[in-house]
Design a protein around this ligand. Structure first.
Ligand code: GLU
Length: 439
């Protein structure tokens, strides 16, 4: 059996793929996989990759959607080789081609629309590149279908065939939902006398409960993932793995490695499951893999409006192991840059009696330290204080943590204090003592 590469190479000299989204909203996470696979196939064959905006259904067009698609494709690093094609600008072209089919006697016009006439007999068969599936349709089971609507715009069926012929697309990589329309497309290619491209229908993406993927499963627009602090490389990596496992078995693959390892024929036929917790985990892995400098730079790019953007560098090593998304940086570290808001409820979570009294002792102990404070002295002094007061050591450090940060979870305490500064730390503790229990 021929491999996909051999089959496709036999078909044409140059591999051309495209991403052909309908601009009916912001670019959705699910469509990243379609775009990515098409991009990879072009790159690994030294071919070209382009964008076609399928905006012929004017009632579903959403303003700003094409711009959002282009912006997110750039952000993901999936670059196009040619200027984008907008189908709405090619109306006359489709009209000419629809008329050509009427003249050939394979299409007919009625009250405004032009229809493709389905042959009464015969079969359409083809082999889908995904799973090497032999797909067969009986023409008897198919109905006539609209090529050109009464508003003069083409349907997807006509526009796909005309454009992918003119763009010399091969293979056509698209979502599973189009598989059932493939006989219409193949018959239309044949009616024009054009070579039929190869098709790769990608498996469905479901939610973890195996229902249709939706917002409920955390599947949203790419721009929202970006705002949440996901990295493009993690999104590409995770989406690539929905329905494909690299032969090397590696868990993390960058785009270059995917280009080396990916094969369309290795994509699974069975639906894939989108699991946001796995994506989040993977994002955290990418964060941990970065150097401190790189992560600082990425955070600075991400935190455009952060008032302390220029001061984050020393804090980054403290959080690198703890954050999964760039956005996690802010709630975890705000107390380092600004005095926190205190809430007695947070203190109440620590099971220490006479907290005000203990806090006062903490403040006095801190005052007794020589500057600069050292980690050893800090540790020893508070262990001793815990012992003297009959408090668990863990509770003692939790109380200090809350007094300094207002929260129960922080990056390492002493390192954080060193960045906050001894003076400021002591002022906070003193203020807590004086105001306790009402802040
Ligand atoms: N506009 C179609 C969609 O977004 C594209 C299908 C294709 O790639 O041909 O589903």
């Amino acid at each position: 059996m021929k491999t996909m590469d051999e089959q496709v190479r036999a078909f044409g000299t140059k591999i051309k793929t495209r991403f052909a989204p309908s601009p009916t909203g912001m670019m959705h996470i699910g469509s990243v996989r379609t775009a990515l696979y098409a991009y990879i196939v072009a790159r690994q064959n030294n071919g070209s990759f382009s964008l076609r905006i399928e905006d012929t259904d004017r009632s579903r067009f959403i303003e700003g959607s094409p711009e959002d698609i282009v912006e997110n494709m750039n952000w993901l690093g999936l670059n196009f080789d040619e200027a984008p094609i907008f189908q709405s600008e090619r109306k006359e072209l489709y009209q000419q081609y629809a008329k050509e089919l009427v003249e050939k006697g394979v299409a007919y016009e009625d009250e405004g629309a032009i229809w493709f006439k389905m042959p009464a007999e015969g079969k359409v068969t083809y082999t889908d590149l995904i799973g090497n599936r032999r797909i067969e349709f009986d023409n008897k089971t198919q109905k006539d279908f609209v090529l050109l609507k009464s508003d003069g715009f083409p349907t997807y069926h006509l526009a796909h065939v005309v454009d992918d012929h003119l763009m010399e697309t091969n293979p056509v990589i698209r979502a599973e939902e189009w598989l059932s329309s493939t006989p219409k497309h193949i018959l239309t290619f044949q009616a024009f006398g054009w070579q039929v491209p190869q098709y790769a229908h990608l498996p469905l993406i479901l939610g973890t409960d195996r229902s249709k993927l939706s917002k409920r499963h955390g599947a949203k627009a790419v721009s929202e993932f970006r705002k949440d602090g996901y990295l493009p490389e993690a999104i590409l990596n995770y989406m690539a793995f929905l329905g494909w496992t690299p032969p090397s078995g590696k868990e993390l693959l960058n785009l270059g490695e995917m280009i080396l390892e990916f094969k369309l024929e290795d994509v699974h036929v069975a639906p894939a499951v989108f699991d946001i917790t796995k994506l989040e985990w993977m994002n955290g892995e990418y964060i941990r893999k970065m150097s401190g400098e790189e992560l600082t730079q990425r955070l600075q790019e991400f935190l455009v409006d952060h008032p302390n953007r220029d001061k984050i560098a020393p804090v980054v090593p403290l959080v690198k192991e703890r954050i999964k998304k760039l956005s996690d940086f802010v709630p975890l570290t705000d107390f380092i840059f600004e005095k926190p808001e205190y809430d007695i409820e947070v203190f109440n979570k620590i099971k220490v009696e006479n907290q005000k009294n203990v806090l006062e002792k903490i403040s006095q102990t801190m005052e007794s330290f020589e500057k600069p404070w050292t980690a050893e002295e800090f540790e020893q002094a508070f262990r001793k204080l815990a012992e003297d007061l009959g408090i668990k050591v863990g509770d003692m450090f939790q109380l200090i943590r809350v007094a300094v940060s207002g929260q129960l979870v922080t990056p390492p305490l002493f390192e954080s204090i060193k960045i906050i500064g001894e003076e400021e730390t002591l002022n906070r503790v003193k203020e807590v003592v004086s105001k306790y229990p009402e802040f």
